[in-house]
Design a protein around this ligand. Structure first.
Ligand code: AOF
Ligand code: ZN
Length: 370
C-alpha cells in the first residue's frame, strides 16, 4: 500500500482526531500548503458545524495554495446543512486540490471534483487513497449498504471462554485492556449489547477514557427481544441516549417503564429467541449510527457473526485457562466447516498490559480500499 504524502498524512491525522464525533457525516481532514509549509488545518465539526476544508481555509490567506483533503470536497445538494466546500475553495483562490478519496455519498460523488475542475482548479486524486478508505470504512459501509459498521469486541481466556462455570467473569483481562476499550468506545457512534449482559453484569456501557466521563457519549443500544432488562439498570443512567431494541410482542407495561427512563424503544420483528438483526441494523443506520462497538455475550455475538454483519474484531485474550463449561466468546450456529470460518485480514497482534490483543478486519462488503 503506497504511503500517503506527508501533507496528506497531516490531513489524515486531523481527520482521525475527530473520528466518532461527526456522525452522520464522515470524519474528514484538510491542510492548506503554501511554499511547502502547512498554513492552515481543519477537521469536520459535529453537524451542523463546519466541514474540514472550510475550517482549514478559514485560518488565513490561501491564494495560489494547495489544499490536501482526505475526502472529495462537497458540492451543493438538496437539504445540505453547510455551504458547499467547493465554493469556499474557489473563493479562496486555491490553485490545486489533492483528494485522497472520492465521496461515496451519491449526493456528492464526483460532483465536487467536477465543480472544482470547472472552476479552473487543478485536482489530483489518489494520494493516501488506501489508508483513507480504511480509516473511513464505517462511513463507506454506512453509505454503500445502509447498515452500520460492526466492531465485535470480546475479552476471553486463552481457551476462548468469557466466564467460569459459576458465571463469574470479573475480571478476565487487566486494567490496560479495559482502558483500550474505553478509548475505542469513545470513537464509535453506538455500543451494542444484549439483555443477557445487562442482567449478568449491570454495566454502564459508557466511554470513560482515562477515567473521565465525557458529555458526548455513544448511543447505548440494548437488544432485548423479550423485555427482560429492568428500568433501574445502570445503562439507563448516565449521559448519552439509550435505545432498546425490543420484540414487538414484549410486554407493553415494560416498554412504558423503559420509555419513562428517557430511552427509546424500537419495536423489532422476532427471529428465534432474538430480534431480526436484518431489520434492526438498517433502523440504527437510519438514525445516523455509522459504527457500533459490540460488547455482548455469545448469543448476540454469534447471531452477528452468523448473519455476516461483523466487520472488525477486537479479541482481548488473557494468558490463562478457565476450562470447564465456561461460556464461549462466540455462540450462534457457527460454521459447518473450518474452511468457512470467519477469517481476519490485516491482522494486528499487540500486547496490552499482560493481555494479548488480536484485531483484524472481517468485512464482506465491497470496499474501494480493498
Ligand atoms: C466535505 N468535508 O468535512 C465532510 C463532508 O449536510 P452537510 O452540509 O453537512 O453535508 C453532508 C455531506 O457532506 C456528507 O453526507 C458527505 O457527503 C459530505 N461530508 N464533505 O467536503 C467534510 N464531512
Ligand atoms: Zn464540505
Amino acid at each position: 500500500m503506497p504511503e500517503p504524502s506527508p501533507f496528506m498524512r497531516a490531513a489524515l491525522d486531523a481527520a482521525e482526531a475527530v473520528r466518532g464525533a461527526t456522525s452522520p457525516n464522515p470524519w474528514v481532514g484538510a491542510v492548506v500548503v503554501r511554499d511547502g509549509e502547512i498554513t492552515g488545518q481543519g477537521a469536520t465539526s459535529p453537524p451542523p458545524g463546519m466541514h474540514a476544508e472550510a475550517a482549514a481555509l478559514a485560518g488565513g490567506e490561501a491564494q495560489g495554495a494547495t489544499l490536501y483533503c482526505t475526502l472529495e470536497p462537497c458540492a451543493a445538494f438538496e437539504g445540505k446543512r453547510t455551504p458547499p466546500c467547493v465554493d469556499a475553495i474557489r473563493e479562496a483562490g486555491v490553485a490545486k486540490v489533492v483528494v485522497a478519496l472520492e465521496d461515496p455519498d451519491p449526493r456528492v460523488s464526483g460532483r465536487g471534483i467536477a465543480a472544482l475542475r470547472e472552476a479552473g482548479v487543478t485536482v489530483e486524486t489518489g494520494d493516501g487513497r488506501e489508508e483513507v478508505s480504511r480509516s473511513l470504512r464505517p462511513y463507506l459501509k454506512h453509505r454503500q449498504t445502509g447498515t452500520p459498521y460492526i466492531i465485535a469486541k470480546f475479552a476471553a481466556s486463552l481457551d476462548g471462554r468469557t466466564a467460569a462455570n459459576t458465571g463469574d467473569s470479573k475480571w478476565i483481562t487487566g486494567e490496560a485492556a479495559r482502558e483500550v476499550v474505553h478509548r475505542e468506545r469513545a470513537r464509535v457512534d453506538a455500543i451494542l449489547s444484549g439483555s443477557g449482559t445487562v442482567l449478568a453484569d449491570d454495566p454502564a456501557l459508557t466511554a470513560r477514557p482515562g477515567g473521565i466521563l465525557p458529555g458526548r457519549q455513544p448511543v447505548r443500544v440494548i437488544v432485548d427481544a423479550r423485555g427482560r432488562v429492568p428500568a433501574d439498570a445502570q445503562v439507563f443512567s448516565g449521559p448519552g441516549h439509550v435505545i432498546v431494541a425490543a420484540g414487538e410482542d414484549a410486554p407493553d407495561a415494560w416498554k412504558q417503564q423503559i420509555t419513562a427512563t428517557g430511552a427509546t424503544v424500537i419495536d423489532c420483528e422476532r427471529d428465534g429467541t432474538g430480534v431480526n438483526l436484518q431489520q434492526l441494523l438498517p433502523a440504527l443506520a437510519r438514525r445516523g449510527i455509522m459504527s457500533a462497538w459490540v460488547e455482548a455475550g455469545s448469543t448476540l455475538l454469534g447471531s452477528l457473526f452468523d448473519g455476516g454483519h461483523v466487520d472488525e474484531l477486537w479479541a482481548f485474550l488473557a494468558p490463562r485457562i478457565i476450562g470447564g463449561r465456561g461460556a464461549p466468546a462466540v455462540g450462534g450456529e457457527g460454521v459447518q466447516r473450518v474452511a468457512d470460518a470467519h477469517a481476519l485480514r490485516e491482522v494486528v497482534v499487540e500486547q496490552v498490559g499482560n493481555d494479548i490483543l488480536v484485531r483484524g478486519y472481517t468485512g464482506r462488503w465491497d470496499n474501494p480500499g480493498d
